[in-house]
Design a protein around this ligand. Structure first.
Ligand SMILES: [Zn+2]
Length: 294
């Protein structure tokens, strides 16, 4: 079941990208204009996960931190080998003393952070910035809800029997943790490994380029970004609950983008709701807006 998070987002290639998930007090990426776009809602953010150091994904931090830093918050996570983040931390600490309260943490591929009782964020390396394995400069993020579930071996027992076992061995003995991938954000990335997005409820994926006409297609292989048709093909072959397309190049009009997305929805027979964040648009409460295909 898709969770109806209140997601507000801006994303235009080259200019700025940021995503706010209000219920999770979460910001993913921190491009220019995020404070002006979120206004007082920016004050609810506790955790900020930045995908990479390209300026359009991090230059909203100075104003956001100026407004919202308090002791120990917000927590900012960034790819550990991107020197831009420690440089910015150092600068902001001098520029405005109170910004020293923010907590900056460099992170790696596969690292997991519990940001709420039942919510975890996992970092995953992507190939937007080519680096040797072990050097972390560009990450995607997956958000999980952690639930505790009765172990299969106890599923046939009555309430009284379960209570007895619980009293004898402790409640944790009866249950195991399961994780549901409730949200994923590709960050800037070429389409590569389909399996990383399989079984996510809400996939937020970049689609910087549309396929060209007259054969002058932008070849995205070896590119740093995704092309719309590649993303749609991938989505048709994996299990996602809904798709939010973003990070389009501003060379395309909204009309061109919608027409292209509609074309590939039909071509690949996409059955899940598809939402589009157009160039220049602050899109609010996206999952409650009208998808292109329903
Ligand atoms: Zn970008």
């Amino acid at each position: 079941m898709t969770e109806q998070f209140n997601i507000t987002m801006y994303s235009t290639a080259l200019y700025s990208t940021w995503i706010n998930v209000e219920e999770l007090n979460l910001l993913i990426d921190a491009g220019d204009g995020l404070s002006a776009g979120l206004l007082a809602k920016s004050g609810k953010v506790k955790d900020v996960f930045v995908t990479h150091a390209d300026r359009d994904h991090m230059m909203g931090l100075p104003q956001f931190l100026q407004l919202n830093t308090r002791e120990g918050l917000p927590r900012i996570y960034y790819p550990k080998n991107s020197g831009s983040f420690p440089a910015m931390e150092g600068f902001l600490g001098k520029f405005d003393h109170h910004m020293r309260g923010a907590v900056w943490t460099g992170i790696e591929d596969r690292q997991i952070f519990r940001i709420k009782n039942d919510i975890e964020v996992q970092a995953l390396r992507n190939e937007h910035i080519k680096t040797p394995i072990g050097i972390h400069k560009s990450l995607s993020y997956k958000v999980f809800r952690v639930k505790s579930k009765l172990k299969n071996e106890f599923s046939g027992l009555s309430g009284i029997e379960l209570k007895q076992i619980g009293t004898q061995y402790g409640k944790n003995y009866l249950t195991e943790e399961i994780r549901e991938n409730i949200l994923s954000f590709s960050g800037d990335t070429p389409v590569d490994d389909y399996s990383r997005w399989d079984n996510t409820e809400v996939l937020i994926h970049e689609a910087t380029f549309l396929p060209g006409e007259n054969g002058e297609e932008i070849i995205s292989k070896g590119n740093k970004h995704s092309r719309l048709d590649e993303v749609m093909k991938m989505v048709s072959e994996i299990n996602v609950g809904s798709l939010i397309l973003n990070h389009f190049s501003s060379r395309y009009s909204w009309k061109e983008i919608d027409a292209a997305v509609n074309k590939y929805i039909k071509f690949y027979k996409i059955k899940v709701p598809v939402y589009v964040v157009h160039p220049g648009e602050v899109k609010r409460n996206i999952l409650k807006s009208n998808p292109l295909n329903f």
